[in-house]
Write a protein that binds this ligand. Structure first.
Ligand code: CAA
Length: 260
């Protein structure tokens, strides 16, 4: 099978990690329709690949992504946006079962910030800048920012960022709960790779179910979420990896995951 070729991203894989790097430097990785299609296609292919246990999403040093492509949208009518259900496809990215680690360097604005919010673990370089500046364009976030930012950072911070369009630095983003870890810019790539490889080295059924179950915390009442968690816990006892993981503990050795 020939590998697909992409125009706006670079794709590679090693050590059970599928890596997607946004690659539109002249537009600071602005997310046009083609980029969206390519990111979702590459991520979906990794999601279906048994040899991939985590996806690493990165941008460039200057920009993770500076938002949806404004030049592509400027002349659109409401009817065109609605007919195309503009940005709907990003929901396929949010629905990936494989854990996604985002390595955020530089600008993560608008859709770039929202793409980071779709990731499961966000590692930010100390110089990263997050923001939802759509209000300055006469619009609002459209890739989930109003909902995911409110859920991860709370109403007060979401309103502050979305109504004023103000940028926040990596340290504030971490305090707000948008970011998992902040590292020196020079260490970002290595740290994100280490985290992705660590997740990918675990039992795949366990990491998939863990992602699904934590994600349910944003969708369900507490009792329903707790019941789901218990049932997922019970169901994992049907996997080879549960038997192996617990046997390995008893035998004081490292588990050999089958990822099944
Ligand atoms: N869309 C299209 N092109 C963009 C872009 C975007 N979101 N962001 C940057 N670019 C382009 C610029 O137009 C410029 O191209 P030209 O050289 O052809 O003029 C190139 O990238 C470099 O950008 P700048 O010259 O502006 O670089 P800078 O260092 O001076 O500024 C910046 C960097 C502060 C990020 C600035 O580019 C900026 O404010 N970008 C727009 C940010 C924004 O408003 N994002 C939200 C988009 S709407 C959205 O995302 C909706 C949603 O919810 C999904």
């Amino acid at each position: 099978m020939t590998e697909p070729t992409y125009a706006t991203i670079k794709v590679s894989s090693a050590k059970r990690v599928g890596r997607i790097q946004l690659n539109r430097p002249a537009a600071l990785n602005a997310l046009d329709e083609r980029t969206m299609d390519e990111v979702v296609a590459a991520a979906t292919a990794f999601d279906a690949d048994d040899s991939v246990g985590a996806i690493l999403l990165a941008g460039s040093q200057k920009a993770f992504a500076a938002g949806a492509d404004i030049k592509e949208m400027v002349d659109k009518s409401a009817a065109e946006m609605r007919a195309a259900d503009w940005f709907r496809r990003w929901e396929d990215f949010a629905a990936l079962r494989t854990p996604v680690v985002a390595a955020v360097s530089g600008y993560a604005l608008g859709g770039g910030c929202e793409l980071a919010l779709m990731a499961d673990v966000v590692i930010a370089g100390s110089g990263a800048t997050f923001g939802q500046p759509e209000i300055n364009l006469g619009v609002i976030p459209g890739m989930g920012g109003s909902q995911r930012l409110a859920r991860s950072a709370g109403k007060a911070k979401a309103m502050d960022m979305i109504l004023t369009g103000r940028h926040v630095d990596a340290a504030e983003a971490e305090r707000m709960g948008m970011v998992s870890r902040v590292v020196e810019d020079g260490e970002l790539e290595a740290e994100a790779k280490t985290v992705a490889e660590l997740i990918a080295s675990k039992s795949k059924p366990a990491t998939q179910v863990a992602k699904e179950t934590v994600a349910a915390a944003f969708e369900t009442p507490l009792q329903q979420g707790l019941l789901l968690e218990r049932r997922q816990f019970h169901a994992l006892f049907s996997t080879e990896d549960q038997a192996e993981g617990m046997a390995a503990f008893q035998e004081k050795r490292k588990p050999r995951w089958q990822h099944r």
